[in-house]
Design a protein around this ligand. Structure first.
Ligand code: FES
Length: 184
């Protein structure tokens, strides 16, 4: 199978080392969750909406890489998958901010205080879940289960999984990452 996927935000040729698509699929457990949904529908096209829901819940939004992954797995025309993803308001294709933080609100994380973690980020960075800060630096999203429940409560920052976060320190952790990236 020819593999032409390029992870979003890591364009080849700008000096960044591109992650090989299959590495990303293997390394990120969230794809197993989406895979399980598609398997439940026999990898048939009628499972598209559920696959998109599953991806949105796992990642908080649907990036180009994930849409192409679903397109290939269900053997659908890209126009169909992108068409459905853009038609429904429920689906978010791309966070607006330069950086993206996703807070898992799945059961394991919820029990371990994910709601408090989310509140701490909201108040610490002046942004509500689903929104982007006024300076456009940070989009805050929520999702359900990253597949890393043992690390609950879990957030991701620009795709990096950060486990066992605490409401008292999480806003600072994010601020540190934002500051570090601003220096680059
Ligand atoms: S419930 Fe949060 S990673 Fe599974």
């Amino acid at each position: 199978m020819t593999n032409t996927l390029t992870p979003p935000g890591r364009p080849v040729g700008d000096g960044a080392v591109a992650v090989k698509p299959d590495d990303r699929l293997a390394a990120d457990k969230r794809y197993k969750i989406i895979e399980a949904t598609m398997r439940r529908y026999g990898y048939q096209g009628h499972g598209l909406i559920e696959a998109l829901h599953s991806a949105q819940e796992a990642f908080g939004y649907l990036d180009d890489f994930t849409l192409k992954y679903i397109t290939r797995a269900l053997r659908l025309p890209p126009s169909k998958v992108f068409g459905v993803a853009t038609f429904y308001n429920h689906f978010t294709l791309k966070p607006q901010g330069v950086h993206t933080c996703v807070v898992c609100l799945g059961t394991a994380c919820y029990i371990k205080g994910a709601r408090e973690v989310l509140s701490a980020i909201e108040s610490g960075h002046g942004v509500k879940a689903g929104g982007t800060t006024a300076d456009n630096q940070l989009s805050l999203l929520t999702a359900r289960c990253f597949g890393s429940c043992a690390l609950a409560p879990v957030i991701t920052f620009d795709g990096e999984t950060i486990g066992k976060v605490a409401p008292q320190t999480v806003a600072g952790q994010i601020a540190q990452r934002l500051a570090t990236s601003a220096l680059r």
